[in-house]
Each structure stands twice: as C-alpha cells, then as structure tokens.
Design a protein around this ligand. Structure first.
Ligand SMILES: Nc1ncnc2c1ncn2[C@@H]1O[C@H](COP(=O)(O)OP(=O)(O)O)[C@@H](O)[C@H]1O
Ligand SMILES: [Mg+2]
Length: 390
C-alpha cells in the first residue's frame, strides 16, 4: 500500500516510574490510507490508547518517553511531517485540523460548565475562521483583528472582544455564521433539534447524545484522520451500532481515514477494513478484517474470537483466554503471550518473534510462522485448544 495518509514506523513509547520502565508501546508499525478504517484491537492494557495519544503527541512527557520510531502524516501535496519530531506549533495545528480524537467517555471530555453550543463553536473559532468569514460574506484575508476576535469570542476561544470598530451588521453576521456552523455540525450527527441542544449543558443530555456531540466536535474541522478510542464502550449495544454507522456515513462523505480502537472484536467485521491486533504493546497479527476474523492465525487472535458470544450482541468477556495481560515493566525479551498460549514452546519463552508476512497484506508475530527448522523442532502440539462458546 503506497497511498498511506499516516504511517507509524517502529514506534516505542515508555513510561518511567518508581517500579521501573513500562514498555507501553513496543515497536509498533502500521499504515492507514485515506478513506480506510483500521481497527486496533486488544484487551485493556495492551497499549492501544497510548498509541492513539502518541499519534496526537498527547502522551505526557514525562513520565512518557518517545523511545523510538516515526509518525508520518502526509499532506495532499505529498509532503510529510513526522509528528514524533514536530514542534508544538505544528502539533497544535495538526490536532483538530488534520487529526481528531474521540475518547471513550464523553461525560469526562465535555466541560460540564459550558453549553454544548460553546464547546462545538470552539473548534470553528480555533480551526475554521476562514470558513466562518466566508459564510458571513466577509473576506478573512482583509478582515482585521476585531472581526476575528468576535468569532473567537462567540466560540469562547477568547474572553473579550478587542477594542476596535466593526459594523454592527457584520458582527451580527459573524455570530450568526458561528451558530449556523455549530447547528449544522450537530445536525449532521443526527441530533434532533440542534438549536435547542446548543443551549443545553452536558448533564442535560443522554450518553448517546453526548457521544454525538463529541463526534460533531471531532468532525467539525473535517479532519483527514479520526481516531476513535473505544468511542461506544459506555453506551448500550443498539446505540453503539448506530453511532458506528453514523461515523461510517460521515467517513464516506469525506473520504476520512479512521483508526477505530476497541477491545471488542464483534464490531470489527462490520465497521472496519483492516485490523491490527495488539498484545502487550506489540502488534501480533494484522490483515484485512474479514480474513483475520475468518481465519485468525495468532493464538491471541484466536482466543479473542473464541471469547465473542455467538449472538454477537453481548460484549466479549475474553473468558476463553486464561490469565491476563502481563505488566509491561521491563518485560523480558520473549513472546509476551507465551504465558497464556496453548502452543507455547521453549523458544517462545526465550526470544521475541517478529511480525512476519504470511501472505500479501497479512502478517503474524508468532514462532509458528518462522521458517526455521530449529524452531519447528521445538514446537510441541498444543496443550489445549481455545474453546468456542455457544
Ligand atoms: N500516563 C501513564 N503513566 C504510566 N503508565 C501509563 C500511562 N498511560 C498508560 N500507561 C501504561 O501503558 C500501558 C498501556 O496502556 P493503554 O494504552 O491505556 O492500554 P489500552 O488502551 O490498550 O487499554 C498500561 O500498562 C498502562 O498502565
Ligand atoms: Mg484504552
């Protein structure tokens, strides 16, 4: 694949703490193309959120350390920027302008003391002034500081309008343009009666409504890449599906790329093109979603699949895989899954396998796929197979 929008290469992110260094993300590589949805899947604690935050340079440093790797973002003119090395001004421009993030818990991400309208308007005030000026029939390049501050004040980006003179009708047009843009962004997410919602506070809305507001906020600036970190986990199943459908519809209109992070494989089939399965900070299997789900190769992926209840309605409990994700503090150089793996052989406890291509577009990190006689000799029959429920 050569038309990538985002290319993460050998990314490692660590956290230093009193107990040692946590290897949260350990040599992760993947690409996302325009219009594509990549699922990042794995149990809690596997490094999915740290990967997402690293792409936005939102990992706090310290305790976080960008140990290695690059995060390349390509522009429509073909130029690229390495987010891992970009300065703060560039990072701020990329955030919200080119990449948006939706978090798991909309309740926490929204400010309880500001109206919904204010919070969505902020995005326009910070990133889309030109668009607002155009909608108000004004030329942004010729407009001075005052009209700019009127928009930003309406959006809550600045608290006071600067001193100066602007025609009252122009000011009114600008304020109306901001409100129209906000109402439009909310309407696009299927919120009924957006003008009414604009004057509401977060606590007055249901979880599903709040999540829609978050989506409106994330998509208001028309990003090239949306990162949705477990965006529906707090919602009930029918609303989850509706929200994902909605994101999919908006994606088609915009040719936006999406990284959809979830611990729940059951939603991956319907909503994503490719999947990368993460375990203990590493990608252990990747490929087209349908192929990986129909024919999982890594024992961890097989275990995740076996733990999806058959009806596909309840959330996967991951009960088919005994044990839990290991602590990532100074992990030993071995397959991190070895302790939980029914296939584990002596080599798995001694050396780390590498992600190996098994067919075009499909790769697995497991010693069973290294064509190495010595390894083959050490591979026993599985002690047990995953039990599929239902
Ligand atoms: N700010 C932080 N400080 C220290 N450790 C962290 C921090 N954020 C995440 N971690 C650690 O990084 C690892 C991966 O976490 P995370 O990416 O949140 O997992 P996931 O999103 O897959 O559930 C975990 O071991 C977690 O404890
Ligand atoms: Mg997470």
């Amino acid at each position: 694949m050569s038309d990538w929008l985002l290319k993460v290469d050998d990314l490692s992110v660590r956290f230093s703490g009193s107990k040692g260094v946590t290897h949260a993300v350990d040599g992760v590589s993947f690409e996302v193309s325009p219009g594509e949805t990549l699922a990042l899947v794995g149990e809690t604690g596997c490094g999915k959120s740290v990967t997402a935050r690293a792409i936005m340079r939102l990992v706090p440093e310290p305790p976080g350390i960008y140990e290695s790797g690059s995060i390349l973002l390509r522009s429509s003119d073909g130029s690229t920027v390495d987010i891992a090395l970009a300065d703060q001004d560039d990072v701020r421009r990329i955030r919200g302008d080119r990449i948006s993030l939706i978090f798991q818990d909309p309740g926490k991400a929204l400010n309880p003391s500001l109206t919904i309208g204010r919070q969505v308007a902020e995005v326009f005030g910070e990133h889309r002034l030109g668009m607002i000026f155009e909608a108000a029939g004004l030329d942004a390049s010729k407009a001075g500081r005052v009209p700019r501050r009127i928009v930003q004040q309406r959006a809550g980006v600045v608290s006071k309008t600067g001193y100066g003179i602007i025609h009252r009708s122009a000011a009114r047009r600008l304020r109306r343009a901001v409100d129209d843009a906000v109402a439009g962004a909310l309407a696009e997410t299927g919120i009924p009666n957006p003008r009414k919602i604009m004057s509401s506070y977060p606590h007055e809305l249901s979880g599903g409504m709040k999540q829609r507001v978050m989506i409106a906020q994330a998509l208001a600036c028309d990003p090239d890449l949306l990162i949705a970190d477990e965006p529906t986990t707090a919602l009930d199943v029918t609303i989850q599906a509706r929200i994902l459908e909605l994101i999919g519809e908006m994606q088609e209109r915009r040719r936006m790329a999406i990284i959809y992070i979830t611990h729940d494989l059951s939603l991956v089939r319907e909503f994503t093109h490719r999947v990368a399965v993460m375990y203990a900070g590493r990608i252990v299997e990747t490929g087209p979603s349908l192929d990986v789900l129909a024919n999982p190769q890594h024992p961890y992926t097989q275990g995740l699949l076996a733990s999806i209840p058959r009806s596909g309605t309840a959330r996967g409990q991951l009960s088919a895989i005994p044990g839990s994700v290991p602590q990532l503090i100074s992990p030993p150089p071995q397959c991190h899954f070895a302790e939980r793996c029914p296939w584990a052989a002596p080599v798995c406890h001694k050396l780390s396998p590498v992600l190996t291509e098994i067919e075009p577009g499909r790769a697995v990190s497991c010693w069973r796929f290294h064509r190495n006689d010595l390894v083959a000799d050490e591979m026993p029959e599985p002690a047990s197979e995953w039990v599929t429920q239902g």
